[in-house]
Ligand binder design. Sequence first.
Ligand SMILES: [Zn+2]
Length: 295
Amino acid sequence: MRALSFGALCALVACGGPGDSDVDGGLGDGMGPDAPPGCTRPALAAPWLRSQLTGDLGQLAAAPRATVSQRNTARTYLAAQLQAIGLAPMTQDYPGGTNVYATIPATMGGTAKEIIVGAHFDTVTGSPGANDNASGSVVVLAIARYLVDVPCRSAPVTVALFDQEETGLFGARAFAQARVVANVRAVHTIDQVAWDSDGDHRFEIESPTPALEAEWRAAAQVVGVPVTATTTQGTDHEAFRDRGYAAVGLTEEYVGGDTSPYRHLAGDTPATVNVDYLVLAAQLTAQVVIAEVSE
Ligand SMILES: [Zn+2]
């Protein structure tokens, strides 16, 4: 299935959907003038993006998400948002916690491998975790909403919100264990993407495979942001890499030093995040995933 060109795939199936009318030629016209009829992608600069990101971030980061009941509240909110965009949220219980996720199926049939996009929603005790990691969680929700508007999708995409990263990557480890490595093309995890005090718009991609690094660099060119590859581990992508998945993380300049001083503190609130940079994180991630489902 992957050997077929995007155009050939579209010729085999009925491609069409709510994104058809978008013929924007600027940032966000993912396909350009050569897009097959009915397969034009939605604009990365979607009019809803900023308000959705800030709205979800404000709701999630209204309180810490460390205790069982706090995490339940957050999980209920996340599931409701997935449901609101037409998906069927599912939960995965494991000893100690519960992940929430949903799969956006391919529109083209075939046997293309699954793509996973995830972020942890929990926090340490006492921190509302706007940057760590409501920011990554709201990007995952935005990716889900983008994808349902992509009319031609060659691969299924699972969006996942992981529990208990802060106490030992437990949610991501449980999720990685439950999936099958051979059926997954790529795992992208997002953690802390709303701090950019030097205003350079630079992101770090953590421990990518060569192929995934190339994908993220290509997407960064489209979006117009600089990226640096690092060897950082210690967050959700490590849980997948440990089990043999092709995995990569997206973050702010954690190694570069332009990273939130409020990490794990009470001051990690919506008032201290950089919304412009958060929007870029969502656009960059969307470009990566949309390119993957357009092969
Ligand atoms: Zn984190």
